[in-house]
Design a protein around this ligand. Sequence first.
Ligand code: 5AD
Ligand code: SF4
Length: 452
Amino acid sequence: MGKQISKENLKYYIKTFGCQMNERDSEKMAAALENKGFSPSLPQDADILMVNSCAVREKAEQKLYSFIGRLCLEKKKDAKLIVCGCVVQYKGKEILNRFKDVNAVLNTRRIEDFEQVLKDVLNGKRIMYIPSIMRNPNKILPHLKNRTGAFVDITYGCNNFCSYCIVPYTRGKEISREKEYIIKEIRMLTQGGVKEITLLGQNVNSYGKGLYKNYNFVDLLYDISKFDDIQRIRFVTSHPKDFSCSLILAIKEIDKVCKHIHLPVQSGSNRILELMRRKYTREEYIEKALLFKETTKGSITTDIIIGFPTETDYDFEQTMDMLRKIRFDFSFSFKYSPRPFTAAASTKERVPKETKEKRLEKFQNLQEKITWESNLRDVGKIFNVLVEGDAKRGALLTGRTTTNKIVNFSGEAKKGKIVKVVIQEAKKHSLQGNMEDSYGKFENQRCGFLRR
Ligand code: 5AD
Ligand code: SF4
């Protein structure tokens, strides 16, 4: 330790567990390193290695420890290892004690000072950085270059304290970034060629609370849509309790806002929703979700927790019924996992593991069928797709529809362009098609009959 890393051919490696907020945090660190001349590499070749951890479920936490152990064995002897993210918030000290090769641990609030952390680590210090507040949430942190899409934080933290969720304890109190800084960050991104912005927050719908009296998330969407160079605007995550009619109308009205919402329902049972402290009923959720679908013709994805403490067969059937009623285009479903600090973790009446597994399988089987049917209905339709991968002759391009479906297609187009693609085939989790050429014909004449 203490040995200086050579300034030539500097390499970094980063592993990200968890959500899009973590992905964005990893990007901030990767971009800071690239600005200093580092380039990405395999772990065994890296001079700096980072692991960005997720605390949402116990399994992710367990995977983290075995992953760090493996990196300690694989990495170059003098390489520096930094562990960051949500787990560090409550296990930072333990990680430093357990893994002698870890050089620094930092929580999510310390990412803003990553350059200082880097300096300290390269100077041979072994440190724990776990501040309780962010110094400057408005600070514009670096982005990786040459991207079509970019994540932009609009809020940090969460005030909701759902009874199963560790996030308010790891990411702290909700705080909104001032709109001027968000706009400035987006302007910088457009100058770098970004075409799609995804606004990030644990609950984007509460943007502006505690900061503005007369400015909210809908206002922010309208302001961002004024950027000529931005072609698409997405956002995650929406909380059903704050998902409003004015937002549904804005999604319909603003062409650039993608017609997709991720609206985690968690359970279809009112009794369980109350125990989860979600602050909405199944009836309210259904009303909002169906109104969104009807108004925007958009897609809905969700998160589901199976086997929350005391969940009965009846409660679970209510969740199945919710799936049948809303017909989510996709869902992320998880077995309940008790987490430290959370209210639900102390409940004694746990659902047995086998029951959780059976219910999860049943839910996922039906979801898979519904996703497949939703994809099948798209065959023969023409979609606007934002190209996310550069054209290579003969090779498939990739992009997404406004409804957030992945489309792989043949044709020639530049990254960042919106092209028309006719869907020929539905896959389990994506669509396959051909690009319409500049004369309005399809590259593959087999689908000519679809043009009426
Ligand atoms: N157990 C299982 N799933 C959880 N999630 C959050 N906390 C838990 C937990 N303790 C899920 C929720 C949330 C998603 C990000 O992770 O569905 O929306
Ligand atoms: Fe967790 Fe609930 Fe906050 Fe989402 S809204 S991060 S589930 S506490």
